[in-house]
Every structure is written in structure tokens, then in C-alpha cells.
Design a protein around this ligand. Structure first.
Ligand SMILES: [Mg+2]
Length: 220
């Protein structure tokens, strides 16, 4: 199917450009272990992880009367930040970002990560110059990216049909639908391919497969 090239790509960060799945599982297992709760493996993580993150914490068995969601969030983020240097970019991330930039496609990041930390980590990997905007939340509680995305798309002034969102969870798809932009999901992050395919039309196994996406094919 022919379609005109996308003019802008909105990237999710965690799980999409950054491969932090095992780090998230490991840090969360520390919280669970300290409370005698069942631990996560990849399969269970893929099944229970979701936004808003608060509901995910409930599914893990945390008792909010004993530890508040806010306390648990701080404990998780503190553990994650201490070890974030262990995470790597997804295979092909740098190449895809560079190819899109060469093709004149502008790019941004829309993340549930705290904005300040997002700037730091994107800089740490030397990717800052690929993006015209990095947008993160103002706090660590990871509610939703929808409102930030709405403001960003309005500011971009590009028709939704010419914007592609690339993410790794069903939340990214929901955000894209709300914003009226196209979406492609890559099953290399925090949701499994099976879970993504229940709702999404286009699910890729890795970033290299973006070459097959109409509207990106010429660029990547
Ligand atoms: Mg993600």
C-alpha cells in the first residue's frame, strides 16, 4: 500500500529505544522480595505491566495500606536510577534515528519518564541531536502521556496522518489513537507480541523491521 512519507515520528523511550526490560524486572523483584511477594519473570511481567503504573503495582500484590504507592514508586525509581547504566539501546535504534534524520523526518520523544531524567539519559547515549523535543512527565508516578502528547501535537502543527508514533505497549497505542496519529508497536519491550497483537494492527519484532512500514520504507 502506498502512502506519503511520514513527516514526524514520536518515539516512546523505555522499552522502545531503550532496552530496560530486564532491569525493570530485576529492580521490581527487589521490592517484591523484601515484602515476601511472588517474583516476576519475563512472562508474568509482560502479562501484568500496564499504565497507569499504579494498577500494575496493585496486580503485583503490594498492600497500599502498608506501603503507599508513592513510597513504592520512589523505591523503584531509586533502584532503577542507581543501575540505569546497565541498560542498553535497542538493536538498530541509533541506525533508525540517523536514517530518519537523513531523510528529513523530524523526531521527538514522548515518555512517561520524568522529563529531567529523560534529558539526562538521552544525552548519556549521545542521541540528543536526533530530536527536536524531549517530553517527559513532571513527576515519577507515570500516570499517562496523553495530555502532554496532545499539547505537543498541537504545537507541531503537522496533520495527525503525517505523524507516526512508535512504542512498545498498548498504552502507546491508546495515546496515538487519542492524538489521532498513526502507530506502530515493537514487541521488544514491556508488552509481549501476543498481547500487542490482540489490539494492534502493526506489531514488529524489532526496530530493524521499521523498514517494512509504509511511509517509513524510503527513509529507513
Ligand atoms: Mg515504553
Amino acid at each position: 500500500m502506498q502512502r506519503s512519507p511520514y513527516r514526524h515520528v514520536i518515539w516512546d523511550w523505555n522499552g522502545t529505544l531503550l532496552d530496560d526490560l530486564d532491569l525493570c524486572i530485576d529492580v521490581m523483584n527487589g521490592l517484591l522480595q523484601r515484602r515476601g511477594l511472588p517474583l516476576l519473570d519475563r512472562a508474568r511481567y509482560h502479562a501484568v505491566f500496564d499504565f497507569p503504573v499504579r494498577a500494575y503495582y496493585e496486580r503485583l500484590g503490594f498492600n497500599f495500606r502498608r506501603d503507599s504507592f508513592e513510597q513504592l514508586s520512589v523505591e523503584f525509581i531509586t533502584g532503577y536510577e542507581a543501575r540505569r547504566a546497565e541498560s542498553r539501546l535497542q538493536p538498530g535504534a541509533r541506525e533508525v534515528l540517523a536514517a530518519l534524520q537523513r531523510a528529513g523526518v523530524t523526531q521527538s520523544v514522548l515518555s512517561a519518564y520524568r522529563g529531567e531524567t529523560l534529558h539526562e539519559i538521552v544525552g548519556h547515549f549521545g542521541l540528543t541531536t536526533f530530536f527536536i523535543r524531549l517530553t517527559g512527565l513532571e513527576n515519577i508516578y507515570a500516570h499517562s502521556k496523553t495530555e502532554l502528547g496532545r499539547a505537543w501535537v498541537a504545537e507541531l502543527g503537522i496533520p495527525g496522518n503525517d505523524i507516526l508514533m512508535i512504542g512498545d505497549t498498548l498504552h502507546d497505542l491508546e495515546v496515538a489513537e487519542t492524538l489521532g496519529v498513526d502507530c506502530v508497536l515493537v514487541a521488544a519491550g514491556h508488552h509481549s507480541a501476543e498481547r500487542l497483537r490482540q489490539r494492534a494492527g502493526r506489531v514488529l519484532d524489532d526496530l530493524h523491521q521499521l523498514r517494512s512500514v509504509p511511509g517509513l520504507a524510503m527513509a529507513v
